[in-house]
Design a protein around this ligand. Structure first.
Ligand SMILES: C[S@@+](CC[C@H](N)C(=O)[O-])C[C@H]1O[C@@H](n2cnc3c(N)ncnc32)[C@H](O)[C@@H]1O
Length: 203
């Protein structure tokens, strides 16, 4: 697949009757699964279409080992990320600098079980808050205000929720990466921020 566009693209027609749900570029591809999301071929290609060389002004709070973003963080001290703190602490640190960013890569563990496994591997005990929807919601609310209007959020997981309209984001592209067998698809959601960053964020 080339970097310029997914092989087969359809314009999504979501029959809610709401204008903002239309014109979503939709694609479905097959690729081998990989715990390191950004090593998956079609995902690496998609990232090259959105993230500039060097990842200038992009942030990645769950960077793992393969992030193209410039400002990277991962709780795991073995990761080559620049910072090694809880994602919420990373958001608080960036907030203090008053900088606003061009984009965010949001690739946290995809389930409560994965969160527990990551924490266990790092010798940390996951709290009830860590293994609840709050893990995702608190991070999205902390990071959404850090993205400048017109900026991009690319989310990865097993659903297409992304950051959402109430945080000021509009979906521009969805890519389903099927892995076959009983494996879940990896769902990639690309959103653009359409409000001013000082507008209060919803949940
Ligand atoms: C799905 S992996 C990211 C993979 C990465 N995108 C790649 O392709 O290399 C999720 C990452 O989140 C990190 N992580 C888990 N909980 C975290 C937290 N509370 N704050 C920051 N990083 C966390 C894990 O160490 C893991 O590297």
């Amino acid at each position: 697949m080339s970097d310029s566009a997914p092989a087969r693209v359809r314009v999504g027609t979501v029959y809610t009757g709401r204008q903002e749900d239309k014109n979503i570029t939709f694609s479905r591809v097959w690729a081998m699964p990989n715990a390191w999301t950004f090593k998956i071929g079609p995902i690496a290609s998609l990232l090259r279409r959105y993230v500039p060389e060097g990842g200038e002004n992009w942030i990645d709070p769950y960077a793992g080992y393969n992030s193209p973003a410039y400002y990277t963080n991962d709780l795991d001290p073995a990761s080559p990320a620049k910072e090694h703190m809880h994602a919420l602490d990373f958001a608080a640190m960036l907030k203090k600098s008053s900088s606003r960013f061009s984009g965010i890569l949001y690739d946290p563990p995809y389930s409560f079980r994965q969160i527990s496994e990551h924490y266990k591997a790092l010798g940390r005990k996951a709290t009830a808050l860590d293994t609840s929807i709050a893990f995702y919601e608190r991070a999205k609310s902390a990071f959404c205000d850090l993205i400048q209007p017109g900026g991009v959020a690319i989310s990865f997981g097993w659903n297409s929720n992304g950051f959402g309209k109430r945080r000021g984001f509009e979906i521009v592209e969805i890519m389903l990466v099927a892995h076959g067998g009983s494996k879940n698809d990896t769902v990639v959601v690309v959103e653009r921020k359409v409000i001013h960053s000082d507008q209060p964020a919803g949940i």
